[in-house]
Design a protein around this ligand. Sequence first.
Ligand code: NDP
Length: 302
Amino acid sequence: MTRAEIIDGKLFAERLRAEIGRQVVRLREEHLVTPGLAVILVGEDPASQVYVRNKAHQARGASMASFEYRLPHNVPQENLLELIARLNADPAVHGILVQLPLPPQVDTDRVINAIRPDKDIDGFHPVNAGALATGGDALVPCTPLGCLMLLKHRLGELAGLRAVVLGRSNIVGKPMASLLLREHCTVTIAHSKTRDLADECRRADILVAAVGRPRMVPGDWIKPGATVIDVGINRIETPDGKGRLVGDVDFDSAVQVAGSITPVPGGVGPMTIACLLLNTLEAACRQLDLPVPSGLMETAWG
Ligand code: NDP
Protein backbone atom coordinates (compact mmCIF):
# COMPACT_ATOMS: atom_id res chain seq x y z
CA MET A 1 0.00 0.00 0.00
CA THR A 2 1.32 3.51 -0.82
CA ARG A 3 1.68 6.05 1.92
CA ALA A 4 0.08 9.48 1.68
CA GLU A 5 2.14 12.57 1.02
CA ILE A 6 2.62 14.44 4.31
CA ILE A 7 1.58 18.08 4.00
CA ASP A 8 4.25 20.03 5.85
CA GLY A 9 2.32 22.88 7.46
CA LYS A 10 5.31 23.91 9.55
CA LEU A 11 7.51 24.54 6.53
CA PHE A 12 4.69 26.21 4.62
CA ALA A 13 3.95 28.50 7.58
CA GLU A 14 7.65 29.43 7.94
CA ARG A 15 7.79 30.50 4.30
CA LEU A 16 4.52 32.39 4.55
CA ARG A 17 5.71 34.23 7.67
CA ALA A 18 8.97 35.16 5.95
CA GLU A 19 7.03 36.58 3.00
CA ILE A 20 4.70 38.49 5.35
CA GLY A 21 7.82 39.88 7.07
CA ARG A 22 9.13 41.14 3.71
CA GLN A 23 5.80 42.86 3.01
CA VAL A 24 5.81 44.45 6.47
CA VAL A 25 9.29 45.87 5.87
CA ARG A 26 8.17 47.17 2.48
CA LEU A 27 5.14 48.83 4.09
CA ARG A 28 7.37 50.54 6.62
CA GLU A 29 9.85 51.72 4.00
CA GLU A 30 7.28 52.94 1.49
CA HIS A 31 4.50 54.18 3.75
CA LEU A 32 6.12 54.63 7.21
CA VAL A 33 3.60 52.22 8.74
CA THR A 34 4.24 49.24 11.02
CA PRO A 35 1.33 46.81 11.33
CA GLY A 36 0.49 46.35 15.03
CA LEU A 37 -1.05 43.31 16.69
CA ALA A 38 -2.60 43.57 20.17
CA VAL A 39 -3.18 40.32 22.05
CA ILE A 40 -5.28 40.20 25.22
CA LEU A 41 -5.00 37.28 27.62
CA VAL A 42 -7.36 36.94 30.57
CA GLY A 43 -6.30 34.53 33.32
CA GLU A 44 -3.40 32.14 33.68
CA ASP A 45 -4.44 29.11 31.61
CA PRO A 46 -1.09 27.49 30.69
CA ALA A 47 -2.09 26.53 27.12
CA SER A 48 -3.42 30.05 26.43
CA GLN A 49 -0.21 31.55 27.81
CA VAL A 50 1.82 29.47 25.35
CA TYR A 51 -0.43 30.48 22.44
CA VAL A 52 -0.21 34.17 23.34
CA ARG A 53 3.56 34.04 23.74
CA ASN A 54 3.90 32.34 20.35
CA LYS A 55 1.64 34.85 18.64
CA ALA A 56 3.49 37.85 20.06
CA HIS A 57 6.88 36.26 19.30
CA GLN A 58 5.96 35.47 15.71
CA ALA A 59 4.47 38.93 15.16
CA ARG A 60 7.78 40.46 16.21
CA GLY A 61 9.59 37.90 14.02
CA ALA A 62 7.60 39.24 11.06
CA SER A 63 8.74 42.80 11.97
CA MET A 64 5.30 43.79 13.28
CA ALA A 65 4.63 45.77 16.44
CA SER A 66 3.26 43.53 19.17
CA PHE A 67 1.30 44.66 22.21
CA GLU A 68 0.42 42.20 24.97
CA TYR A 69 -2.19 42.77 27.69
CA ARG A 70 -2.49 40.29 30.55
CA LEU A 71 -5.52 40.67 32.77
CA PRO A 72 -6.33 38.70 35.94
CA HIS A 73 -8.86 35.85 35.66
CA ASN A 74 -11.38 37.80 37.77
CA VAL A 75 -11.22 40.98 35.68
CA PRO A 76 -14.63 42.68 35.46
CA GLN A 77 -16.11 42.54 31.97
CA GLU A 78 -16.31 46.35 31.84
CA ASN A 79 -12.52 46.65 32.22
CA LEU A 80 -11.98 44.28 29.31
CA LEU A 81 -14.49 46.22 27.18
CA GLU A 82 -12.74 49.49 28.07
CA LEU A 83 -9.40 48.07 26.98
CA ILE A 84 -10.91 46.95 23.68
CA ALA A 85 -12.44 50.42 23.16
CA ARG A 86 -9.01 51.94 23.74
CA LEU A 87 -7.35 49.57 21.26
CA ASN A 88 -10.15 50.16 18.73
CA ALA A 89 -9.21 53.84 18.78
CA ASP A 90 -5.42 53.36 18.79
CA PRO A 91 -3.94 54.01 15.31
CA ALA A 92 -0.83 51.92 16.15
CA VAL A 93 -3.02 48.83 16.60
CA HIS A 94 -4.35 47.29 13.40
CA GLY A 95 -5.39 43.90 14.74
CA ILE A 96 -6.95 42.90 18.08
CA LEU A 97 -7.09 39.35 19.35
CA VAL A 98 -8.72 38.22 22.58
CA GLN A 99 -7.45 34.78 23.50
CA LEU A 100 -10.35 32.36 24.11
CA PRO A 101 -11.72 30.81 26.25
CA LEU A 102 -12.70 33.65 28.58
CA PRO A 103 -13.66 33.17 32.25
CA PRO A 104 -17.35 32.76 33.14
CA GLN A 105 -17.98 36.33 34.37
CA VAL A 106 -17.23 37.57 30.83
CA ASP A 107 -19.75 37.30 28.01
CA THR A 108 -17.62 36.08 25.10
CA ASP A 109 -20.06 37.25 22.40
CA ARG A 110 -20.16 40.74 23.89
CA VAL A 111 -16.39 40.91 23.87
CA ILE A 112 -16.10 39.69 20.27
CA ASN A 113 -18.81 42.12 19.18
CA ALA A 114 -16.94 44.99 20.85
CA ILE A 115 -13.90 44.59 18.58
CA ARG A 116 -13.97 46.89 15.56
CA PRO A 117 -14.73 44.57 12.62
CA ASP A 118 -11.81 45.92 10.58
CA LYS A 119 -9.45 45.09 13.50
CA ASP A 120 -11.03 41.68 14.15
CA ILE A 121 -8.12 39.62 12.83
CA ASP A 122 -9.63 36.42 14.25
CA GLY A 123 -12.58 36.94 11.91
CA PHE A 124 -15.11 36.05 14.65
CA HIS A 125 -17.16 39.30 14.62
CA PRO A 126 -20.64 38.77 13.13
CA VAL A 127 -19.85 41.40 10.47
CA ASN A 128 -16.92 39.30 9.24
CA ALA A 129 -18.77 35.99 9.66
CA GLY A 130 -21.69 37.44 7.70
CA ALA A 131 -19.46 38.82 4.96
CA LEU A 132 -17.77 35.44 4.55
CA ALA A 133 -21.10 33.64 4.39
CA THR A 134 -22.53 36.08 1.83
CA GLY A 135 -19.42 36.29 -0.35
CA GLY A 136 -18.30 39.77 0.77
CA ASP A 137 -14.88 41.07 1.81
CA ALA A 138 -14.13 39.58 5.21
CA LEU A 139 -11.33 38.96 7.64
CA VAL A 140 -11.46 35.16 7.60
CA PRO A 141 -10.88 33.01 10.72
CA CYS A 142 -7.23 31.97 10.76
CA THR A 143 -7.49 28.18 11.14
CA PRO A 144 -9.82 27.56 8.19
CA LEU A 145 -7.85 30.09 6.13
CA GLY A 146 -4.68 28.11 6.85
CA CYS A 147 -6.44 24.86 5.93
CA LEU A 148 -7.58 26.35 2.64
CA MET A 149 -4.05 27.46 1.79
CA LEU A 150 -2.72 23.96 2.41
CA LEU A 151 -5.49 22.50 0.26
CA LYS A 152 -4.86 24.90 -2.62
CA HIS A 153 -1.16 24.31 -2.41
CA ARG A 154 -1.70 20.55 -2.56
CA LEU A 155 -4.57 20.35 -5.04
CA GLY A 156 -4.59 23.62 -7.02
CA GLU A 157 -8.11 23.87 -8.35
CA LEU A 158 -10.76 22.73 -5.87
CA ALA A 159 -13.89 23.32 -7.99
CA GLY A 160 -16.20 20.34 -8.18
CA LEU A 161 -14.48 18.33 -5.46
CA ARG A 162 -16.63 16.76 -2.78
CA ALA A 163 -15.64 18.14 0.62
CA VAL A 164 -16.79 16.93 4.03
CA VAL A 165 -16.18 19.16 7.04
CA LEU A 166 -16.45 17.30 10.32
CA GLY A 167 -17.51 19.82 12.99
CA ARG A 168 -19.68 22.94 12.80
CA SER A 169 -18.12 25.39 15.26
CA ASN A 170 -18.14 29.11 14.46
CA ILE A 171 -14.36 29.25 14.57
CA VAL A 172 -13.48 26.26 12.37
CA GLY A 173 -16.27 24.13 10.86
CA LYS A 174 -18.69 26.77 9.57
CA PRO A 175 -16.11 29.19 8.10
CA MET A 176 -14.24 26.22 6.59
CA ALA A 177 -17.43 25.12 4.84
CA SER A 178 -18.02 28.68 3.56
CA LEU A 179 -14.48 28.87 2.20
CA LEU A 180 -14.80 25.53 0.41
CA LEU A 181 -18.13 26.57 -1.02
CA ARG A 182 -16.51 29.79 -2.24
CA GLU A 183 -13.99 27.53 -4.04
CA HIS A 184 -16.93 25.72 -5.69
CA CYS A 185 -16.61 22.46 -3.78
CA THR A 186 -19.70 20.38 -3.05
CA VAL A 187 -19.76 20.72 0.73
CA THR A 188 -21.24 18.57 3.47
CA ILE A 189 -21.02 19.65 7.11
CA ALA A 190 -21.16 16.73 9.52
CA HIS A 191 -21.60 16.94 13.31
CA SER A 192 -22.58 14.97 16.37
CA LYS A 193 -26.11 14.34 15.08
CA THR A 194 -25.01 13.19 11.61
CA ARG A 195 -26.34 9.71 10.87
CA ASP A 196 -23.67 7.49 9.28
CA LEU A 197 -20.60 9.61 9.71
CA ALA A 198 -18.33 6.95 8.23
CA ASP A 199 -20.39 6.86 5.05
CA GLU A 200 -20.32 10.66 4.70
CA CYS A 201 -16.55 10.71 5.18
CA ARG A 202 -15.95 7.94 2.63
CA ARG A 203 -17.47 10.12 -0.10
CA ALA A 204 -15.04 12.99 0.54
CA ASP A 205 -12.28 14.01 -1.87
CA ILE A 206 -11.37 16.53 0.83
CA LEU A 207 -11.92 15.65 4.48
CA VAL A 208 -11.45 18.34 7.11
CA ALA A 209 -11.70 16.99 10.67
CA ALA A 210 -12.38 19.60 13.40
CA VAL A 211 -14.07 17.68 16.17
CA GLY A 212 -11.77 17.64 19.20
CA ARG A 213 -11.87 13.85 19.68
CA PRO A 214 -8.54 12.04 19.61
CA ARG A 215 -8.07 9.79 16.55
CA MET A 216 -11.82 9.55 15.94
CA VAL A 217 -11.50 9.14 12.16
CA PRO A 218 -9.95 5.77 11.24
CA GLY A 219 -8.33 4.98 7.90
CA ASP A 220 -11.32 2.98 6.68
CA TRP A 221 -13.50 6.14 6.79
CA ILE A 222 -11.24 7.73 4.18
CA LYS A 223 -11.69 7.53 0.42
CA PRO A 224 -8.49 6.21 -1.19
CA GLY A 225 -6.44 9.15 -2.46
CA ALA A 226 -8.41 11.78 -0.51
CA THR A 227 -6.78 14.88 0.94
CA VAL A 228 -7.14 14.90 4.73
CA ILE A 229 -6.76 18.04 6.83
CA ASP A 230 -6.62 17.27 10.53
CA VAL A 231 -7.45 20.34 12.62
CA GLY A 232 -7.77 18.51 15.94
CA ILE A 233 -5.32 19.13 18.76
CA ASN A 234 -5.86 16.61 21.54
CA ARG A 235 -3.51 15.78 24.37
CA ILE A 236 -3.44 12.07 25.27
CA GLU A 237 -1.76 10.23 28.11
CA THR A 238 1.44 8.27 27.40
CA PRO A 239 3.10 5.59 29.57
CA ASP A 240 6.00 7.95 30.41
CA GLY A 241 3.48 10.44 31.82
CA LYS A 242 4.57 13.23 29.45
CA GLY A 243 1.50 12.99 27.21
CA ARG A 244 1.49 13.86 23.52
CA LEU A 245 -0.62 15.65 20.94
CA VAL A 246 -2.75 13.76 18.43
CA GLY A 247 -5.30 14.89 15.89
CA ASP A 248 -8.91 13.93 15.25
CA VAL A 249 -7.70 11.49 12.58
CA ASP A 250 -5.99 8.20 13.34
CA PHE A 251 -2.82 9.12 11.48
CA ASP A 252 -1.25 5.65 11.30
CA SER A 253 -4.20 4.04 9.50
CA ALA A 254 -5.19 7.17 7.52
CA VAL A 255 -1.72 7.61 6.04
CA GLN A 256 -2.09 4.20 4.34
CA VAL A 257 -5.24 5.29 2.47
CA ALA A 258 -5.20 9.05 1.93
CA GLY A 259 -3.46 10.77 -0.99
CA SER A 260 -2.13 13.44 1.35
CA ILE A 261 -2.57 14.30 4.99
CA THR A 262 -1.55 16.94 7.54
CA PRO A 263 0.29 15.65 10.62
CA VAL A 264 -0.42 16.70 14.23
CA PRO A 265 1.61 18.52 15.36
CA GLY A 266 3.18 20.30 12.38
CA GLY A 267 0.16 20.57 10.08
CA VAL A 268 -2.64 23.06 10.59
CA GLY A 269 -1.40 24.54 13.90
CA PRO A 270 1.53 26.56 12.52
CA MET A 271 -0.65 27.82 9.66
CA THR A 272 -3.13 29.32 12.14
CA ILE A 273 -0.55 31.73 13.55
CA ALA A 274 0.86 32.56 10.11
CA CYS A 275 -2.67 33.45 8.97
CA LEU A 276 -3.11 35.64 12.03
CA LEU A 277 -0.13 37.68 10.83
CA LEU A 278 -1.53 37.69 7.31
CA ASN A 279 -4.84 39.06 8.62
CA THR A 280 -2.99 41.73 10.63
CA LEU A 281 -1.12 42.82 7.52
CA GLU A 282 -4.35 42.85 5.51
CA ALA A 283 -6.18 44.79 8.26
CA ALA A 284 -3.40 47.40 8.37
CA CYS A 285 -3.50 47.88 4.60
CA ARG A 286 -7.29 48.22 4.56
CA GLN A 287 -7.32 50.70 7.45
CA LEU A 288 -4.73 52.85 5.71
CA ASP A 289 -6.37 52.54 2.32
CA LEU A 290 -3.31 50.85 0.85
CA PRO A 291 -3.44 47.96 -1.61
CA VAL A 292 -3.56 44.57 0.15
CA PRO A 293 -0.55 42.50 -1.00
CA SER A 294 -1.83 39.57 -3.04
CA GLY A 295 -0.30 36.27 -4.06
CA LEU A 296 1.67 35.91 -0.81
CA MET A 297 0.99 32.22 -0.72
CA GLU A 298 2.34 31.65 -4.22
CA THR A 299 5.41 33.82 -3.57
CA ALA A 300 6.01 32.03 -0.28
CA TRP A 301 6.12 28.70 -2.00
CA GLY A 302 8.31 29.98 -4.84
P1 NDP B 1 -15.91 22.63 19.12
O1 NDP B 1 -15.97 21.79 20.33
O2 NDP B 1 -16.39 24.03 19.17
O3 NDP B 1 -16.73 21.89 17.95
C1 NDP B 1 -16.61 20.52 17.76
C2 NDP B 1 -17.53 20.07 16.67
O4 NDP B 1 -17.36 18.68 16.51
C3 NDP B 1 -19.01 20.32 16.97
O5 NDP B 1 -19.64 20.84 15.83
C4 NDP B 1 -19.54 18.93 17.33
O6 NDP B 1 -20.87 18.69 16.88
C5 NDP B 1 -18.63 18.04 16.52
N1 NDP B 1 -18.53 16.75 17.17
C6 NDP B 1 -18.20 16.46 18.45
N2 NDP B 1 -18.23 15.14 18.68
C7 NDP B 1 -18.59 14.56 17.52
C8 NDP B 1 -18.82 13.23 17.12
N3 NDP B 1 -18.66 12.20 17.95
N4 NDP B 1 -19.19 13.01 15.85
C9 NDP B 1 -19.35 14.02 14.99
N5 NDP B 1 -19.16 15.32 15.30
C10 NDP B 1 -18.79 15.57 16.56
O7 NDP B 1 -14.41 22.53 18.61
P2 NDP B 1 -13.55 23.52 17.66
O8 NDP B 1 -14.17 23.62 16.33
O9 NDP B 1 -13.22 24.75 18.41
O10 NDP B 1 -12.19 22.67 17.58
C11 NDP B 1 -12.14 21.39 17.01
C12 NDP B 1 -10.76 20.81 17.18
O11 NDP B 1 -9.83 21.64 16.48
C13 NDP B 1 -10.24 20.77 18.63
O12 NDP B 1 -9.42 19.64 18.78
C14 NDP B 1 -9.40 22.03 18.74
O13 NDP B 1 -8.39 21.89 19.71
C15 NDP B 1 -8.81 22.09 17.36
N6 NDP B 1 -8.42 23.43 16.95
C16 NDP B 1 -7.20 23.53 16.37
C17 NDP B 1 -6.75 24.74 15.93
C18 NDP B 1 -5.43 24.81 15.25
O14 NDP B 1 -4.85 25.85 15.16
N7 NDP B 1 -4.93 23.69 14.72
C19 NDP B 1 -7.53 25.96 16.10
C20 NDP B 1 -8.86 25.73 16.62
C21 NDP B 1 -9.26 24.50 17.05
P3 NDP B 1 -22.16 19.45 17.50
O15 NDP B 1 -22.12 20.81 16.91
O16 NDP B 1 -23.28 18.63 17.03
O17 NDP B 1 -21.96 19.44 18.99
